[in-house]
Design a protein around this ligand. Sequence first.
Ligand code: NAP
Length: 265
Amino acid sequence: MIRVLVSGADGRMGSETVKAVLADNELEFVGGTSLMNVGKDAGEVIGISSLGLPLYGSLNEALKMAKPDVVVDFTTPAAIYGNVKTCIENGTNIVVGTTGLTAQQRNELDEAAKKADVAVFIAPNFSVGAVLMMKYSAEIAKYLPDVEIIELHHNNKLDAPSGTAKMTAEKIARARREAGAEPAPDKTHESLAGARGATVEGIPVHSVRLPGYVAHQEVLFGGYGEILTVRHDSLDRKSFMPGVVLAVKKVDSRKGVTFGLEHYL
Ligand code: NAP
């Protein structure tokens, strides 16, 4: 059995993760952390029956008390760097779903994790469909290098653009460079700043935030008299759980930082 602690256990993703861990017969849920529900029973807080396990207010304390093999973190961009450092210092592997870590932070954490012989797995998106959307978008960009991304999320999301949109843009830009494929020049003169979205590695990314959405993305490729659109929709947070469970089971196999679910598929 792999002992799993969920950081941010009472959040939208954290509570789904607790349920997915409880449903898997190779995993054991050993506790969680929270800001608002410290000391309360984890099961009661997420709306299932009592589990007899309290939610801790600090990750450091939770690691010492619950002694997990793996932490799964779905908290906030502001907390995630510190949480990964805490796991590395305690010698505990961590699976990160929280978005917001920069490439430089990932490099720093990789160095620290390798020194401590700890595994850190980071996925901007745990859904298999989204991983395939990114893979095929990178492939298409070699032939249709004019690309824009529209990502659409619920209005409680804290960061923009989404981690998935950034990762998609990075993969497309790399594939485009390697193929020597140049996008056509953009002749727009912006009359209003931001009208063309944010630019990630030369690719415009437009972020929509509205109640009703979960997590969605369109990658639009323009050609001569044609448009190719690759679209992915996560309609329910359950769509992320097979990927989270897979990562928990595989994380120990790669020390240091591993970035992207494709490494485990
Ligand atoms: P959420 O519902 O707001 O949950 C956030 C959780 O983090 C709550 O348990 C909250 O505790 C806790 N928290 C808030 N601030 C904290 C802090 N400073 N230190 C420690 N814990 C803190 O958010 P969510 O929708 O679950 O999303 C969480 C993260 O996952 C976001 O970064 C989101 O972009 C990302 N995400 C990733 C994927 C993926 O596939 N990788 C998919 C969806 C979302 P309280 O409730 O007690 O305040």
